[in-house]
Every structure is written in C-alpha cells, then in structure tokens.
Design a binder for this molecule. Structure first.
Ligand code: GLA
Length: 701
C-alpha cells in the first residue's frame, strides 16, 4: 500500500513516498492539492546498471542504488561500517507541519533521524541527526540532506565575494557533474553564498522556476549542485569537518544545521518573498522601528577623543539619529589594530572617567548607545594573552596559526577562556547603559584546535553559546553580527542576532549590488546599510549624497561619516534622508521586495510594496552609462493592477541627478496611472547621471 506524505504550505508541496524500505521524494515544487498521488513511479532499469531503477532518495545511499554523493559518510575502526543500509524504522507527523523519519541499520548500529518541516510561508526546512548506537566509536565524515530540483532545471546561480565585495552573483548552465563550493573559513566566509539556486532556462527576478537552498551555519561548510547521468539535479549543504573532528562515541549523536529550501514558480522574487515572510514570522524578529544609526568607525577610526565624539553626537542628534555606536578603539591598549583584543576593560588613558561620559551625553541627547566588541579574538599583544598564552586556538605543539589583521582566535572551547570572556561582556553590559553590541569577528578561523585536536565545529558552537548567554543575561540588548563586513551572514547567526553588517564597503555603487543579493534572502530590516563619506574610504569613488542615501534607505539605515564638518547643503540633504527613512521604514521593513527585469544593464529598479498594495517605494538606479540615449519605459512590478496610483519622485529634491535638456513629463509634477498600466506599459524614465538614483513614491489615489 502506498504511504504518501504530502506536506503543503505557501503554495508549495513536498511529497514523500514512504511505502518502500527507504523514503523517496516524489515532488518538491508547486502545491498540487490533496488529490491522490500515484506515489513513486519506477524508472526504467537501463542496460549495464544496478538491479533497481534510480530513485530520488530523501537520504541518498549506495546501498539503495545511489551512485552520487552519499548523504552519510563515516566508518568505524579499520574502515568498517562504511556503507550502511539505512531503512525506515519509524515515521511520524510533527506538530506545526512536518514529518520525522527514523532510518536505522541494526547491523552497523547507526541511526539517522530526518526532520522535514514546511511552513505556512512555503519554507521547507530539513535537518538530520546521526546517532551511534554501537559500542565502538564512529567517525563521521559528512551528513547532508540534499533536496532534488524539478522539471526544467537548467541553470545554477549562486553568490561569491571577498572583503568589500560580498554576495555577487555567478551563473552557469547546469551540466553533469558536481558544482562544489567549499568554505573553510571557520566563519561563514566573504565568498559564502547566501543561497544556491537551480532554475529554468533564463529564470529572472520575476519569471521562471527556481529551487534555492540556504545553509544556516556559521562555520566550515560546503554547498553543491550535483547532476548524475541517472538523476535530476540535487542541491546539498554540508558541514565540513577537519580530519578526526567528528568522532561519535557510543550513544553520541550529531545534528546537522538546518537546510532552508524554497521553491518559486515566479523567479527570484518568489524565493525572496518566502525567505522574508518566514524570517518575519519568527518570534525573535525585531519588531520595533529600526533606529537610525550613527557609527563612529569611518568618522574617527581609532582616534577616540571625547571632545570630537561629543561634537559628533551633537550633530547626530540634530540630524535625527536614534542610536550612536562607538566602534573599535575604546578598550585597553587599542590605539590601533595591533594590540588590545582580549583586554575588555575601558582604556583609562583615553577614557579617564570610563565610558560614562560619552554614554550619558548620548543618552541625554535622546539616543541609544551601542558599543563595538570582538569577543572571539585576541591580539598576542594583550594583557590577556600575556597571562594566558595557551588560550590561543591552534594546531598544537605550541604553534599558532598565521596571524590575520594581527590577531588570533581565543580558544572558546576552553571553559576558562569562555567564562572569562562572558564575565567581561556581562560586566560591561551591567556597568554601562548599553543597548546594542556590534559583535565583530575579523579573521578566518584556520587551524582551529583545542588541546591538540581540531575544534572548528566546537569553536563555532562555543561562539553561538557565548552570544546566547549574553542575550539571556541582557535580553534587551540588540546584537549586530559583523565579520569584517559580511563574512558571517547566515540564518544560524541570525537565530541569535538582530541584524548583520553586509559589508565594510560603504561605496553606494558596490553596496547596491551587495544589498540586492544579501536581501534576496534577508529582509532589509536585518541588513545594516550606512551612508558613508562622499568619497568612499574603501574604493575612492565619489558619489552624490542622494545616491548614497537612496541605496542606504533600503535596509537598516545609518550614517558612518564625520558629520561634524558638513556644509549647510549636505547637512540639509542628509537630514532630509534621515526624515525620509523614518517616514518610510514602516513600508520598507514590512513590504514585499520586488526587482524589475530590465533589459538595459545600465539601470535597475527595485522597490518595496505594502502588503495591501496601497503604497510603494521604488529606487530607479543608474549603475553605469547606457548604450541607449534614453532609458525608455520601465514597468513597476508587483502593484495592485486594479488600483490607481499617484506617482512622484520624492528624492532628491535639493540636488539634481538628471542629465537632459528637458526631463520626462511626469517629473517633477507626478502622474496618476493604474497599477496595470504602470506594470505592463510602464513610465518613461529620466536620464540620470551614471551612479545616481531617484526615489519614486506610489500611493493609491
Ligand atoms: C571590522 C568591521 C568594521 C569596523 C572595524 C573595526 O573591519 O567590519 O566595520 O568595526 O572592524 O576595527
């Protein structure tokens, strides 16, 4: 008798056939309703092959005919137990939309429990736990729960990057073989991809079938897309272990991080909508209006001088800033990046009266106070390491890993080191009125070891435990995940933090791409976006204030610029941008994110549309010079076709981004048009200077 499990939610279905000895995935894609499923229809058995036809196993293993990457890899001593035959021993429905399947092989005494959940938003989540039920150690090499793609899968899209250029797309045809990305950074990694997607030919922002996954983990990991001659493409995400790292003693188990999987029949925006809706449904999702930030880093760097910081706070207050964040440079010996990490005591040379002076000044101006910390790191030039040289994580034999920005990793697997760091953070937060931590992590964790054995996995979990403990002790303190910009952006870290710093690059042109792809997964309220100085410190490109502001508006907005010395014009335009953000953050942080498919690569149009379609905010951005004289008509996606909208450019109004003898007819006066007209026919767009933008507001008329 066939035993079909049909999980449905958010227009998506994940269908399993549990009739046979091993669970088989029948379908992951559009919700087909609850009518009778034929279950798995067997494939032909070709000549020169194993005796059974290929099946889409939930847990692909050689013993049931899978010749690609196995889901479970491991062995006992002398290489025994290398190929289990795991069969379903139990299955049960989980409360809240899910199913749990237990597979066991009594001969090799290994058990795997697979948890599959499908949310109301269409978010599919999978994770497996492997348990050693035998009486000898089991060396685990890899555990994956890959997901299959569906009809028409033809192209692979994922993201890559480096410091100051995170989350850039790369695309290629799907071919037989394995597209494998490995991230051995001990942190998520600058080049780590927020998603791995397979889609139909030419899938775009608004059209095409897409199957995308994300791995919710901040340590070593790999992602792959595999197409074998006998199967449809699979996408897998795996934690990477160092040699000997994951030995399960009798009775021990390992649970893999969550794989998040989203199917969309309407292009990448469909993927984004599911991620955003699901993330917004979490009870821990920040609900209060995301405050305007002023971060001191690009304003003063290590130059902590009370008088200038007070002046900065004064300007911030006048601009409408709501949260003042004191970045690196406040603690003992930290006059530059060569010393001090680990010495989490206020530097009394620079701050003779402690941080209270600046904190009370900031608080008196009605702003929250935030502080930068980098708790997982140490400088060898620190009192902490002079007292505890053995607290540096490394390969053993007294050797330390190569330095990176003059720093090393503190061995948080050592309970004494962990306790010490926790108690310093706890003291800082107890003794000072701090409502926000910018929690930084500024190096790759290579050769992580504790007591001579590899500890990358344990170090990642110890860092998670540290953040969790700080949160428990100080539940009202918000935490930002920063890692030399965006090297720790994933849903594992976001289970315990309130926003990420997407990149150290505040150049608006670079940021526009970085944010577009970061926000393909993360809703804008979770992504820190700051207006930097006129000439970007990381690229030396100069951009207008309006362009920098429009790019920064589509995120958790802030300023990272020495605003104490602005001329009146800049000050007024910056204050206008702050006011605009405050007026529209409700929409940007709750709306549906949309991205038009434009044929001219010189332009982009992205927006946020209110859930009820009553309002929308779009950025029309010129990212380069165009081959065309005119940008032509551009359609506004996602509007309510039935509604009439009043359309106006609301920013910039004090400076001009335009380059024409005469502007388009609807600027500056605005125009009223129906949603269907605006989407299907579109409006002629203004000619903009390259690397500039306009902000377009649509309100139901
Ligand atoms: C990292 C962060 C920056 C800044 C510096 C301070 O590079 O990404 O934003 O905080 O550290 O040292």
């Amino acid at each position: 008798m066939s035993h079909i499990v049909n999980l449905r939610g958010g227009g998506v279905a994940f269908v399993l056939d549990l009739s046979g000895p091993t669970p088989v995935v029948v379908h992951w894609g559009a919700d087909l309703g609850d009518r009778g499923h034929p279950g798995i229809v067997s494939n032909p058995v070709p000549n020169s092959s194993l005796a059974t036809g290929a099946k889409q196993e939930l847990l692909p293993q050689a013993s049931s005919g899978w010749r690609g990457r196995p889901a479970l890899e491991g062995h006992r001593r002398n290489g025994t137990a290398f190929s289990p035959l795991l069969v379903t021993s139990q299955s049960r429905t989980l409360a809240g939309g899910g199913h749990e399947i237990t597979m066991t092989d009594p001969e090799v005494a290994i058990e795997v429990v697979i948890e599959v959940r499908l949310s109301d938003e269409g978010m599919l989540r999978l994770r497996s736990t492997v348990a050693n039920r035998g009486d000898s150690d089991y060396s685990l090499l890899a555990l994956t729960t890959p997901v299959p793609t569906g009809l028409g899968a033809a192209e692979v899209l994922d993201l890559t990057g480096r410091w100051c250029r995170e989350q850039h797309p790369q695309r290629q045809p799907l071919r037989q073989g394995t597209w494998l990305r490995e991230f051995r950074h001990g942190r998520t990694g600058h080049d780590s991809s927020l998603f791995t997607a397979v889609g139909s030919t030419g899938f775009g922002n608004r059209a095409g079938s897409v199957w995308a996954t994300h791995f919710g983990f901040s340590g070593n990991h790999s992602t792959y897309v595999e197409l074998t001659p006998s199967g449809s493409a699979m996408i897998g995400n795996t934690e990477l272990f160092s040699p000997g790292e994951m030995t399960l003693t009798p009775g021990e188990s390992y649970t893999a991080p969550w794989t998040y999987a989203v199917h969309s029949a309407s292009g990448l925006d469909g993927v984004t909508q599911t991620f955003h809706r699901w993330l917004r449904s979490r009870s821990s999702h920040p609900r209060s209006p995301r405050p305007v930030v002023l971060n001191t880093w690009e304003a003063v760097y290590f130059n902590h001088d009370l008088a200038s910081l007070k002046e900065l706070a004064h300007s911030a207050e006048k601009l409408g800033v709501e949260r003042f964040v004191l970045d690196d440079g406040w603690f003992a010996h930290r006059r530059d990046d060569t010393a001090g990490l680990g010495d989490w005591y206020v530097d009394t040379d620079v701050w003779p009266a402690g941080l209270t002076t600046i904190i009370s000044d900031v608080r008196a101006r009605g702003m929250q106070f935030g502080l930068w910390v980098e708790p997982e790191m140490v400088n060898e030039d620190s009192d902490l390491i002079r007292a505890h040289p053995d607290w540096i994580s490394g390969p053993g034999h007294g050797r330390t890993p190569l330095p990176w920005r003059n720093q090393q990793v503190i061995d948080l697997v050592n309970p004494e080191a962990w306790d010490h760091i926790f108690s310093r953070l706890d003291a800082l937060l107890s003794e000072n009125d701090i409502s926000y931590l910018k929690w930084d992590q500024n190096r790759d964790l290579v050769e992580m070891g504790h007591a001579g054995s590899s500890s990358a996995h344990d170090q990642t979990l110890a860092a998670y435990r540290l953040i969790d403990a700080v949160r428990r002790a100080h539940p009202s303190v918000e935490i930002e995940s920063c890692s030399s910009g965006g090297a720790r952006v994933d849903l594992g870290i976001l289970e315990r933090t309130d926003r990420v710093w997407a990149s150290d690059c505040n150049d608006a042109l670079e940021r526009h791409t970085i944010q577009r792809w970061t926000e393909a997964v993360l809703p804008p309220e979770l992504v820190g976006t700051h207006i930097g100085p006129s000439t970007a410190h990381t690229t030396a490109r100069t951009h207008s204030l309006s362009f920098r502001a429009i790019v920064a508006l589509f995120g958790h907005f802030g300023i990272e610029w020495d605003v104490g010395n602005l001329d009146d014009e800049d000050f007024a335009e910056l204050a206008q941008a702050v006011a605009l953000y405050k007026a529209h953050r409700g929409l940007i942080h709750s709306g549906t994110a949309v991205h038009a498919d434009l044929t001219d690569p010189a332009h982009t149009l992205n927006g946020s549309i209110a859930a009820d379609g009553s309002e929308a905010l779009f950025a029309f951005v010129s990212v380069a010079t165009s081959v065309a004289e005119l940008p032509g008509r551009v359609g506004f996606p996602g509007l309510d076709p039935e509604a009439d909208y009043a359309v106006t450019v609301i920013f910039p109004t004090q400076s001009s981004p335009y380059r024409s003898i005469e502007n388009v007819g609807w600027i500056p006066g605005g125009i009223i048009a129906s949603g269907v007209f605006l989407t299907e026919v579109g409006l002629p767009m203004p000619i903009l200077n390259p690397e500039s933008a306009v902000l377009i507001h649509l309100v139901r008329a």
